[in-house]
Design a protein around this ligand. Structure first.
Ligand code: AR6
Length: 181
């Protein structure tokens, strides 16, 4: 099942994001940038040791206390097909004093901004925060679709955004709850 929005600029699919061939893939990281479980673990495994090495350098130089929630940084893709990985820290649902939606939106916006600044034309996102960080999938769909639409309406560098869900059921939950106009 591949569902399209915005005239094909947004494609919803299901699969393993480590296999995507877009120029960049997004990692749902945590503030340590040192890897973890879920999609973060899968991306670090598939990319190889250079990813962790670059993340350590970023921590040392710019974020000694960790990458704040809602922000994103970019590294090379190591052994991945994608040339770049954009590492974003999503909100842990319910622990941000009512600012979960804003922080999730910031995450997507910062990833898209970094992609455009690096002249990246195609980018794949996992469903940030909807695993270990427990963001309800239907709510996340409404937040992510809105921020992606806003961004793409004002930016022509990025030609296509892929939303890669790990199951058909998760992809369906997105397709049934988007806020695209
Ligand atoms: N491809 C695509 N989607 C995936 C894959 C994959 N290979 N693996 C999992 N997902 P999560 P979070 C989906 O927990 O909620 C990590 O330990 C998964 O089904 O990976 O942002 C980090 O280090 C879910 O819908 O990320 C952090 O500590 C979505 O990816 C923390 O978890 C996100 O699930 C981040 O939690």
């Amino acid at each position: 099942m591949n569902e399209n929005f915005m005239g094909g600029r947004v494609v919803v699919k299901f699969g393993d994001i480590t296999q995507e061939e877009t120029e960049a893939i997004v990692n749902a990281a945590n503030s340590t940038l040192m890897g973890g479980g879920g999609v973060d673990g899968a991306i670090h495994d598939a990319a190889g040791a250079s990813l962790l090495y670059e993340c350590k350098k970023i921590r040392q130089s710019n974020y000694p206390n960790g990458l704040p929630t809602g922000e994103a940084v970019i590294t090379a893709g190591g052994d991945l097909k994608a040339k770049f990985v954009i590492h974003a820290v999503g909100p842990i649902y319910g622990s941000n004093k009512g600012k979960d939606a804003q922080l999730l939106s910031d995450c997507y916006a910062n990833c898209l901004r970094l992609a455009a600044e690096n002249n990246i034309k195609t980018v794949s996102f996992p469903s940030i925060s909807t695993g270990a960080f427990a963001y309800p999938k239907e709510e996340a769909a409404q937040v992510s679709s809105q921020v992606i639409e806003d961004f793409l309406n004002h930016n022509l560098t990025i030609t296509q955004v892929f939303l890669v869900f790990y199951s058909q059921d998760d992809a369906r939950k997105f397709v049934e709850n988007p806020k695209f106009s």
